[in-house]
Write a protein that binds this ligand. Structure first.
Ligand code: PPS
Ligand code: ADP
Length: 207
């Protein structure tokens, strides 16, 4: 019997079919690929390209996209530091469940604070891979596909990441994607970098 947070008198139930059984079924290993970066850095593009590449190789993945989750699970959260922390905490817990289900879970959120990303990593230390989409603010702002940077510069959105809210770059990420000679890798190339990493680590086959 345990007490966890505000939950008292609770019990953990084990099921006879476990993560290893599910991984055998899927011929892959469950993990979390956590993509962090500024708005407009290409997180959703990479997440979709990675999902497509894995799918074409017969690997089961699922994308948890920050913007999308804010339409449902996280619709009661805004962009204050406390709400962003709660947003990341919830997605970290959901990602952990997907990884336990045996899936390659691709989480794609700005996740601007190191401590929040580190807390997610601590939920599954062996199977958490942080991908830093390290694109310059100038490029993200030039892309501005939703016009949000323009609104933030005009003071019409307050607390916008990179403008008047901080983005803390990771110091311990597994994969960093950057421009080379001022050129951004294509979505396919970005996905390829992540797939190669997963393949080298043996995640694309059962244990
Ligand atoms: N103030 C502010 N700052 C940053 N982003 C903002 C803000 N307001 C709205 N948006 C839109 O919300 C998307 C980011 O949601 P996330 O859940 O990834 O953010 S966070 O991780 O909680 O910081 C982000 O999507 P992406 O552009 O895909 O990153 C924006 O479309
Ligand atoms: N590797 C890339 N090369 C060229 N354009 C890109 C690349 N990745 C993303 N983009 C473009 O940049 C914009 C922002 O990408 P998006 O994936 O929506 O970023 P984020 O999810 O980080 O906000 C989109 O218009 C997208 O088509």
């Amino acid at each position: 019997m345990s007490t966890v947070g505000n939950s008292t008198n609770i019990f953990w139930h084990e099921c006879p079919v476990g993560k290893v059984d599910r991984q055998k079924l899927l011929n892959q290993q469950g993990c979390v690929v956590w993509i962090t970066g500024l708005s407009g850095s290409g997180k959703s593009t990479l997440a979709c390209s990675l999902g497509r590449t894995l799918h074409s190789r017969g690997k089961l993945s699922y994308v948890l996209d920050g913007d999308n989750l804010r339409h449902g699970l996280n619709k009661n959260l805004g962009f204050s530091p406390e709400d962003r922390t709660e947003n990341i905490r919830r997605v970290g817990e959901v990602a952990k469940l997907f990884a336990d289900a045996g899936l390659i879970c691709i989480a794609s959120l700005i996740s601007p604070y190191c401590k929040d990303r580190d807390a997610c990593r601590a939920l599954l230390p062996e199977n958490f891979f942080e991908v830093f989409l390290n694109m310059p603010l100038e490029l993200c702002e030039e892309r501005d596909p939703k016009g949000l940077y323009k609104l933030a510069r005009a003071g019409k959105i307050k607390g916008f990441t990179g403008i008047d809210d901080p983005y803390e770059p990771p110091s311990n990420c597994e994969i960093e994607i950057t421009q080379k000679d001022g050129i951004c890798p294509t979505p396919n190339e970005m996905a390829g970098q992540v797939v190669s990493y997963l393949e080298d680590k043996g995640y694309l086959e059962a244990q």
